[in-house]
Ligand binder design. Sequence first.
Ligand code: ATR
Length: 276
Amino acid sequence: MTPTNRTKLNAVIGYPLEHSLSPLLHTNAYELLGIDAIMLAFPCTDLPSIVQTIRTLPIHLTAVTIPHKETIMAYLDNIDEEAKEIGSVNTIVNKDGVLRGYNTDVIGIQKAFDDTAMKDKGVLIIGAGGAAKAAAWMVKKNDGRLSYLNRTHEKALALKNVFGGEILTRDEVENKNFDIIINTTSVGMYPNTTETPLTNFSFSPHQVVFDCVYNPRETRLLREAKKAEAKTISGIDMFFEQAFAQIHLWAGEEVSGEIKEKIHSVIPSANEGSRR
Ligand code: ATR
């Protein structure tokens, strides 16, 4: 779509943003839905300035990613109840100058687990940032049993205090059998694709392993889980659904199954370094 002087500007903010497929997904979706808008990536660390920019330009819809999902909350005019409960915002809708924060990660992650029973299942969450909060909220809502593994103990403790469960050390994780494993860290994300958040870990066939990282679609974590015949779910499913929910919140448009299929086919299956 050729931009005009009426084309609306949307943004994804985070740092770094090399991995982000949001501009490609959103701009393709707008075109298919007949919405005159584009999304661009703005890697940034200065939140007060970027929030001022959102108000000034204006930027209509902002996707928020690592590492700003929690810190951004202090700069918004109001926050949706569910996002408040989760404690993390990945979407800002600018309605006539009023910035409202939402969490659509939770919609995406719930969709990714639609076919997985969670009641009384042992669920390990790796990481303790914004995506971990959305995951923990979803697991709690579905009556799963929560365990956390995180580099920084205090952040895991903050999660435990809100959603319950237990904090484990790396050694304890290696010796425990989980039904479901959810990685919410960026470990393994492009360009660091040889990394994995679980080293020396034996997966088993009954397990379901989900990685929030969507670029690459199959991370080292998922590859190793698959080798052990565990069921794997790529973060791409969550990524698509959280983005469609963002478009719905902003433009009021439901993305139909047919358009979803079309968008799936234009998004590259792997990052060869050319997609940013
Ligand atoms: P998001 O909001 O997308 O979840 P975030 O708030 O920056 O992003 O959280 C990222 C999580 O991944 C954090 O829990 C972080 O660990 P710390 O709590 O110790 O900061 C974790 N993480 C990121 N990079 C990591 C790495 N290289 N090794 C281990 N954990 C990492």
